[in-house]
Every structure is written in C-alpha cells, then in structure tokens.
Design a protein. Structure first.
Length: 338
C-alpha cells in the first residue's frame, strides 16, 4: 500500500563549477534543481512512496522546469504553487583535494521565501497523509516561514501524521541564537529528528558529554538528553563523517530509538562525485526504514548505504531504488552486478 508523504520547503536552481575551477574563472557551469525537502521527496519517490511536494515557484520557464524535474522523478506537484518574483539560486564552487567546496546563496526575495500562510491549505494537504518532513532551512528563510513551519507541524499532528524535522542548521541563513529559539518551538511537534552532537550543544544548550566517553557513547548521551527535553521524539539520527579530502570521506550512520543507539558499518568513499544532498539521502533512507518498519540495525545500514550511493552521482537528489541500495549493501564495493 502506497502512503502519502508530504515534504515542505524551497527548491532552488544550483550552479556548480567543474572540478578545478573557481567561480571567478568559470565560463561553463552545471545546472541542477534541488533543496533539502525536495531531495528527500525525490528519494522517497524512488523508494516507491507517493510523495507530494509543497512549495512555491515563479510562474515562468524556471518554475515550469522545477515542475518537470519533480514529475520526472514521480513526485506529485498538486501543491506546488506558482507566483512571486523569482526562483532562488545557489552557486557551488567545487572543491578538490584539501580545498573545500564553497556555497554562495542568491535566494533573497524568492517566490518561496515570500510565501504567506494564506497560500497553503494544510487541511487538504495533510488529509490522508502518513508522513510529513520539513527542515530548519525552511524555518530560517523568513519570519512568516518560521511561523508556517510551526503551523504545518501542528496541523500534521492534528491529522495524526508522523512528523519529521531535520535541524539542517546553516550559518549563512541564521545565527545560532535565532535557530535555537525557533527550533525549540518546533521540536514538541516532531516524532522523528535528524540532529547531531553539535546541534545538541549549540542549539539546544545541552552540557558537553564527558571527554572519556567514546564518540558513540557521547552521541547516545546527547540523544537521551534530547529525549528527556522532548519525550515526543521517537527516533533520532545523524552521521559521523571524516573528511580526508574533498573526494575522500568516511561515513557512518547513527540511529537512536527506545534508548538504544544503532550504527552502520564505516564506509570509505574515495571517489566522491557530488557530496551535495548526501545528508538528504541519509534522511530519506531513515524515513523509508521507519515507514517500512525495518528493524533498527537494518534501517541504519540502508540509510547509510543510500547516502554513500548519492555521493557517486551528480545532482542534489538520490535517484536509486530501494532494490538497488539493498543490492549495493550485499555486494563488494565496485563489483559489477550482472
């Protein structure tokens, strides 16, 4: 049985330089459409879920292109509104070796950032829905969207919808103080939460764990503290990433439920094509596992494998099916699947 899933946020046009070029010297540039909640929606659609994306885009060729992008991945656009001034964009200067990638946002006055409460009929949107996903990025874009995010979470709970909130803190969008104040109002309405140790310390004000604890024990401590503060949160997740170079990272997934922390194997990703959207791919894997009632260890293995595979393709979204991810989990890395 397909379940109705709602994701709510801004989708943007991404311009990326080719590896080895700085923005200041680029004459050719790659274009992709993406945004945190849109990426999660695309991935969940590829996993076989019925996904509806809620957003607002301009009524021009770029807005039409966004709609085509979503539909091409099976995402429903019934709640994609048209209007406003422009589509938000962002620029990625692709890193190489020890040089990190850099992001420049150009999203002021975008159609979505100027969306108003009256634009969305959440009673219709959440009717018969099973899951709602939103992130801190949406709440960071404007005071109205901060209020809208809270209203949406409350309305989802009224309809008995399972709710997912990803902290997704971006220092270029708001300060730690602003994020902390807003997120603390949203968390009482979240069932699923994606956050890490730094979020716990700097956004929720939790005391640092003892130094003698292992990294896993520290994370378990932070998650237990968060659950004390917000007992409504049933599931928490995050990744441990070690950046050896821009194209060589290690990744391990973490999933916390019922007082226990489950961890995936540590993956070595040594030929990264595109890291953008890796966190969204992980989040979508967690949500898929929860929706499919996977055992926790199987869930975190699936979610981490989904994120690892995302690193191997260009674009913001993960476009692998659940079967492809499960096949990847069973086979040796790099082995030809015949």
């Amino acid at each position: 049985m397909m379940r109705k899933i709602i994701t709510f946020g801004e989708i943007m046009l991404r311009f990326s330089t080719h590896v080895g070029q700085r923005l200041s010297q680029a004459s050719l540039i790659n274009m992709h459409y993406g945004g945190a909640e849109a990426n999660v929606g695309v991935a969940l659609s590829h996993f076989g879920h019925e996904v509806f994306y809620v957003s607002k885009v301009p009524e021009n060729q770029l807005g039409t292109a966004v709609e085509s992008h979503l539909k091409s991945h099976g995402v429903h656009t019934n709640y994609l509104l048209k209007g406003g001034e422009r589509l938000g964009t962002y620029y990625v200067e692709s890193g190489a070796g020890p040089r990190s990638s850099q992001v420049v946002y150009d999203r002021a006055h975008s159609s979505f950032s100027q969306a108003a409460i009256k634009d969305f009929n959440f009673d219709e949107i959440f009717s018969n829905a099973s899951l709602f996903h939103v992130s801190g990025i949406t709440a960071a874009l404007s005071p109205a969207l901060k209020e809208l995010t809270l209203i949406a979470l409350k309305k989802a709970k009224e309809y008995g919808v399972l709710t997912s909130f990803d902290f997704n803190y971006r220092a270029k969008l708001w300060s730690q103080k602003e994020a902390s104040e807003a997120i603390k109002t949203l968390l009482p309405y979240a069932d699923i939460c994606s956050c890490g140790e730094l979020d716990a310390i700097y956004l929720l004000g939790i005391d640092k764990a003892d130094d003698y604890l292992s990294r896993a024990e520290k994370l378990k401590y932070y998650y237990a503290k968060i659950q004390e503060m917000y007992p409504n949160i049933q599931y928490m997740s995050s990744t441990f990433r070690e950046v050896i170079s821009t194209s060589n990272n290690t990744l391990q997934g973490n999933f916390y439920t019922d007082g226990e922390l489950y961890q995936s194997s540590v993956y070595q990703i040594d030929s990264i094509i595109d890291r953008v959207g890796g966190g969204d791919a992980f989040a979508s894997g967690v949500l898929h596992g929860i929706m499919e009632k996977m055992p926790p260890q199987e869930l975190i293995s699936f979610a981490t494998a989904a994120s690892v595979l995302k690193h191997t393709v260009e674009g913001d979204a993960n476009i692998f099916s659940a079967d492809e991810i499960e096949t990847f989990m069973k086979n040796e890395p790099g082995k030809i699947v015949r």
